[in-house]
Design a protein around this ligand. Structure first.
Ligand SMILES: NC(=O)c1ccc[n+]([C@@H]2O[C@H](COP(=O)([O-])OP(=O)(O)OC[C@H]3O[C@@H](n4cnc5c(N)ncnc54)[C@H](O)[C@@H]3O)[C@@H](O)[C@H]2O)c1
Ligand SMILES: [Zn+2]
Length: 370
């Protein structure tokens, strides 16, 4: 028996006043016009995707849009974190201008976080801002990057250094798209899922420890629950602090270390989620040094990362200065103090800018390498 997609759909919302928007989660949403059409601003639709995702899902999305009286164009970018640049955004602007699209057009981001971040930034800046819809197709994008309105591109000197806050009109998560996702990418997405347990919800962390094999096997119920709980936590945090003046910074657990790893290794060689996995292991170790976590808790965190297929060690080639130089560039730093997200307990994180530099250096020095 086939179920209609909307019957099997779950929804939640990101509460941001008049910019409040829904997150719809379900298997097969991509084929349901009812999920997509209500969020278009006008008749002009630009699908932004990449050369890897397009062969799997572009025709289906086009078909879903075909019944309505719309002008649908597409731009298919090359794949990869290394292409998350202003030059790629320029290609989106070019396509919009070539199609003669006006301020009532809608961009639809079909792909992972790289496509979502770039399409979002193109939407934020095209004619001073047009509508956009996120259709995330990686686990990482479904649980994290598609929600919350951070958009942008990398600069050779730092990740995500150019960007804007620009919220989508809707986030449509078709869990079936994970069927084609490479296993390594699934693991990378699980890093962000584990992050939510670590910073916000110890019971969710317990659940993740139990369900990790089911998640890696793409068990439908487990995947849906993990996505839903992750989106709920992110939505709650974003609603409280849209522009990261406070609590939203907790979502960066492991990211200061992780961004240093990504930038040092060359964007795309270590996946974002892999670098964040290693970064969370480092943040956990530092939290233990600070006296907040026990050795057994640090080991639990290492074990759940390993169960997700993630590294829990840093790259062999990175010395202390390679970390510190990059970490000082981090956007969370204010004045000249290094601000780090640390765990005060499992399920509870806080920002600290008072870590003794010598302690941090020693920790990086001694942290296991691959
Ligand atoms: N905006 C935010 O709040 C936020 C949060 C977290 C991460 N990010 C950003 O997200 C990016 C990482 O996103 P990502 O992990 O999705 O990487 P990605 O977009 O590079 O996607 C990973 C790979 O999977 C491919 N792919 C995507 N969907 C697929 C599918 N269904 N089947 C087969 N292949 C598929 C992609 O083409 C790519 O090769 C980073 O640039 C990071 O900075 C942004
Ligand atoms: Zn991340």
């Amino acid at each position: 028996m086939t179920q209609s997609p909307s019957a099997a759909m779950e929804s939640l919302s990101v509460a941001l006043g008049e910019r409040t928007y829904p997150i719809h989660i379900g298997a097969g949403l991509l084929d349901d016009p009812g999920c997509l059409l209500p969020y278009l601003a006008g008749r002009q639709v630009m699908i932004v995707t990449n050369a890897t995702v397009a062969p799997h899902y572009l025709d289906r999305l086009r078909h879903t849009l075909s019944g309505a009286d719309l002008e649908v164009c597409e731009v298919i970018l090359p794949d990869g974190e290394a292409t998350k640049t202003l030059a790629s955004v320029e290609r989106i602007w070019d396509a919009l201008l070539a199609a003669g699209f006006n301020r009532r057009c809608t961009l639809v981001a079909l792909g992972g976080g790289v496509i979502g971040d770039m399409a979002g930034y193109a939407a934020a800046s095209y004619q001073r801002g047009v509508a956009f819809i996120q259709v995330p197709t990686t686990l990482l994008a479904q649980v994290d990057s598609s929600v919350g309105g951070k958009t942008g591109v990398n600069h050779p000197r730092g990740k995500n250094m150019i960007g804007a806050f620009w919220q989508p009109r809707a986030v449509l998560i078709d869990t079936q798209t994970l069927a084609t996702l490479p296993e390594r990418e699934l693991s990378a997405g699980l890093a962000e899922v584990i992050k939510y347990g670590l910073i916000w919800d110890a019971a969710f962390l317990d659940w993740l420890e139990r369900e990790m094999p089911a998640l890696r096997a793409l068990d439908a119920a487990a995947i849906r629950h993990a996505i839903r709980r992750s989106c709920e936590i992110k939505a709650e945090i974003v609603a409280e602090d849209e522009t990261e003046q406070g609590v939203r910074a907790l979502l960066n657990l492991g990211h200061t270390f992780g961004h240093a790893i990504e930038a040092h290794q060359g964007y795309g060689n270590w996946l974002h989620g892999e670098a964040v996995g290693a970064g969370m292991a480092m943040a956990a170790a530092l939290s233990a040094e600070r006296g907040w976590l026990t050795g057994a808790e640090v080991e639990r965190i290492g074990a759940v990362l390993a169960a997700a297929g993630l590294p829990r060690v840093a790259p062999a080639a990175m010395g202390v200065d390679d970390f510190l130089e990059r970490m000082r560039l981090d956007k969370k730093n204010l004045d000249s103090r290094l601000r780090l997200i640390l765990l005060e307990a499992l399920g509870r994180a806080a920002i600290h800018d008072d870590t003794d530099p010598a302690m941090l250096e020693r920790l990086i020095e001694r942290f296991p390498r691959a």
